[in-house]
Design a protein around this ligand. Structure first.
Ligand SMILES: Cc1ncc(C[n+]2csc(CCOP(=O)(O)OP(=O)(O)O)c2C)c(N)n1
Ligand SMILES: [Mg+2]
Length: 276
């Protein structure tokens, strides 16, 4: 079922708050990754607030859906969304990247309630997600696995090995969501490592391929619904996104991949996010 207008407005408002809070947090700690965090905001919100079956009262519930943030550097947004969803206090965001915190610079399944896989090394997440999907299928719980990829993941050979195996094993409970902002750490994907015709490549591997605007929460929810109508094939949702989305001078700029936010930039960013 589609989102009501009220629910859609609520989720959009949440995303606005998440963006503002993540910028605040990253300014406060003078480290972390703004660009990729702002890019993945709606994807994480659509999953944790609408589509993924998770329970903050029982984070390890065996039949829960799994969410794997393969592009682990976007952890600040993951943490902000998990906090809002009740996995830990929002207050704890202040401890991000501090010594002994539960909120490490990259997601740690060992430390953080709600995190299903420790990630950081690009390329590895999809293979692990596939393993989870196959394991969950054996347990017949109907649980689904969502793996969020970045451009840097898709550059890695291991992702394409996972694509091949997922088809062989008919992992139709595996949904990859590609946060396809076409910019990575050092520049545009087209310059760093051209990926060619991405939909054609996934299709050639045997995947079902959907696409949507990755900042349109309703379109994301619809795509996830379609992905959750299994037909024997794994599914990829190509979510068209903008790195740094929501802060005009960060948008599409690889310079804001992992840069500390200076005071002047913080004031501009905060004013923009406040103004919307
Ligand atoms: C295997 C591996 N190589 C290099 C890095 C360093 N690194 C961290 S983030 C990043 C770029 C990621 O770009 P992308 O996946 O497009 O993320 P987004 O644009 O969503 O921030 C790189 C190269 C890494 N984490 N893992
Ligand atoms: Mg990218």
């Amino acid at each position: 079922m589609g989102l009501t207008a009220e629910r859609k407005a609520y989720l959009e408002k949440l995303c606005q708050k998440f963006r503002r809070d993540v910028v605040d947090t990253l300014y406060g700690i003078q480290t972390g990754h703004p660009g990729g965090s702002l890019s993945v905001c709606e994807i994480l919100t659509a999953l944790y607030f609408e589509k993924a079956r998770v329970d903050s009262a029982d984070p390890q519930k065996p039949d829960r859906d799994r969410v794997v943030l393969c592009k682990g550097h976007a952890a600040p947004m993951l943490y902000r969304v998990l906090a809002e969803r009740g996995f830990f206090p929002v207050e704890e965001m202040k401890t991000l990247r501090r010594l002994n915190t539960r909120l490490q610079g990259h997601p740690s399944a060992e430390h953080t309630p709600g995190v299903d896989l420790s990630t950081g090394p690009l390329g590895a997440g999809l293979s692990a997600a596939l393993g989870m999907a196959l394991g969950l299928r054996l347990s017949k719980t109907g649980a689904r696995v969502y793996a969020i990829l970045g451009d840097g993941d898709v550059n890695e050979g291991m992702v394409w090995e996972a694509c091949m195996s997922a088809v062989k094993f008919k992992a139709d409970n595996l949904v990859a969501i590609y946060d396809w902002n076409k910019v990575q750490l050092d520049g545009r994907s087209a310059d760093i490592m051209p990926q060619g015709d991405v939909p054609a490549k996934f299709k050639a591997f045997g995947w079902r391929c959907l696409s949507c605007d990755g900042h349109d929460i309703e379109a994301l929810c619809e795509a996830i619904d379609k992905a959750n109508d299994p037909d024997g094939r794994p599914v990829v949702i190509l979510a068209d996104t903008v790195k740094g989305k929501g802060v005009s001078f960060m948008e599409g700029q690889n310079a804001w991949h992992g840069k500390a936010i200076d005071e002047a930039s913080y004031k501009r960013a905060a004013a923009e996010l406040e103004g919307d």
